[in-house]
Design a protein around this ligand. Sequence first.
Ligand code: MN
Length: 228
Amino acid sequence: MTEFCFPPAPQVSLPVAGTAARFPVRRVYCVGRNYAEHAREMGHDPDREPPFFFQKNPDNLLTGARFPYPPETQDLHHEIELAVLIGRGGQDIAADAAMAHVFGYATALDMTRRDLQAQAKKAGRPWEAAKAFEHSAPIAPALRAAEAPGIATAAIRLTVNGTVRQEATIADLIWPIPEVIAHLSRLFVLAPGDVILTGTPAGVAAVTRGDRLDARVEGLPPLDVEVV
Ligand code: MN
């Protein structure tokens, strides 16, 4: 048995609807600007840019209902996203073979310190402080792919305090799920346990303490969090 200098961090995992078995998380990738209207609201031309990726840490995933407002920001934004969970690894995966690598899906939020992201963009610096902070990825229980047959055209909607803020369908993705997996697998070796947040629709905006976020991807377990 391996002797460690101190106890290793626990394995991060997600509950899976309908089973006691949990999905063990390895890496968390995120796609930037994957809905045209959101790319435009952030000041970019959606027609000219291939997908790009950044990462959060596995232990940034939050499975509880209380999201603690993070320090060092005055402009914390919500981004609802469909999370794709990888069940079979690979590299250089062809788009037409990509769906066989999907374990399932979950509804997630890519919480973002927009002020720090704007500073980072301006200075040409990396995004970790804006994106990969504690609890920055609230996520609902997963659903196996076989139980989510309509995912490619599912509605995706975020309501804050009863008001719809973001609304689109998964069919609006500039780079659909198979293409995201294909692109990502050319850059990195994918493995079981990888989680891919596929981008957010238009309507991103600030939240404050006390706000209630109601995130829904049609057919998947819901995600309800309160900012505390
Ligand atoms: Mn995002």
